[in-house]
Design a binder for this molecule. Structure first.
Ligand SMILES: [Zn+2]
Length: 316
């Protein structure tokens, strides 16, 4: 049985595991990234841990990490959560250390592939994965193949313009879906409402600076008017963004993940409602909109699936 090492690199922690090809996670370890110590030290800790997990039947290493990155060169270009990783040759370093192929992709594409092989995307050839948490990311699989686009920039569903003069987005554009419907955006709208002096129970729970989307959701569930307005508006924008994706790609399935996306069944119901109002040229009853299934190990399954995808495509 062929096996794979998976490495899920985040700004807070790095998870590392060994998988059997059919998707069994045999062993895993999680350690803090501590990005301030720099790439070399982090690389050393990754190498030490991979050595411990390496067995003779391991045929490849898969990596999921924050972008931007060049997945062919295997270099990462200064993601906001990994300061100092400016053009670091991670693929080359690991291939030299272990003499087996290393495949990498950004974390959203990795999660998309993880769901495709082992989660909510099983059995489907055309799907779009949308993760809604602090940001909004995504991945697109068409005819069983992840879409990379020019310089690996495809699938950035969070950066479609929804409101031409909307709030400024981290990418530089105004009114992106991410700037309107991510957890960060929801929290920001709540802080702005408080600054305007609007009456809400949110301030009873938290200092203004520490309000999160989770607080807004809890207040919405209790009927707080300000929180309800903010939450519903964000969900409407999310529904519009997903409607746009459906209109353009007409996929078989849309998979919704992330802490906001999975915060309650009402999120998907609301998305379906808006899609029903906005999408006319695609038979929306033939597009399934479902929650992601992989849970907390999605990053590891994703990293494994990046390597599995490349190896599988090569074999066909
Ligand atoms: Zn943007």
């Amino acid at each position: 049985m062929r096996k794979y090492i998976a490495v899920d690199i985040g700004g807070t922690k790095i998870a590392l595991g060994r998988f059997k090809e059919e998707g069994i996670l045999e062993e895993k370890v999680v350690f803090p990234t501590r990005p301030e110590r720099g790439y070399q030290k982090i690389l050393e800790e990754m190498v030490e841990n991979i050595e411990k997990f390496l067995t003779p039947d391991v045929i490849a290493i898969g990596i999921g990490t924050a972008g931007p990155l060049d997945r062919i060169k295997g270099e990462i270009y200064s993601p906001p959560n990994l300061p100092g990783w400016n053009g670091v040759p991670l693929k080359k370093d690991l291939e030299e250390a272990f003499k087996i192929p290393v495949y990498m992709d950004n974390d959203a594409n990795a999660a998309c592939l993880g769901e495709y092989y082992f989660g909510a995307g099983k059995g489907v050839k055309d799907l779009v994965y949308v993760t809604v948490s602090t940001g909004i990311g995504g991945g697109i699989i068409i005819d069983g193949k992840i879409l990379h686009g020019r310089r690996d920039s495809a699938g950035e569903v969070g950066h479609q313009t929804i409101l031409p003069d909307g709030p400024l987005c981290n990418c530089g554009n105004k009114g992106c879906l991410e700037a309107l419907a991510s957890g960060t955006a929801i929290a920001k709208r709540a802080k702005e409402a408080i600054e305007r002096g609007e009456d809400t129970i949110l301030l009873d729970w938290s200092k203004k600076e520490e309000i999160t989307a989770k607080h807004v959701r809890s207040a919405m569930l209790l009927g707080d008017k300000v929180a309800t307005y903010i939450w519903n508006q964000a969900m409407e924008y999310l529904g519009i963004g997903i409607g746009n994706i459906i209109t353009i790609l007409s996929p078989q399935r849309i998979i919704i993940g992330g802490s906001v996306g999975l915060s309650g069944e009402d999120v998907i119901l609301k998305i379906k409602e808006i899609v029903g109002q906005r999408v006319f040229l695609v038979p929306v009853d033939m597009v399934e909109i479902v929650p992601a299934q992989l849970g907390e190990d999605v990053g590891l399954y994703g990293a494994f699936s990046v390597a599995l995808h490349e190896i599988t495509l090569k074999a066909t």
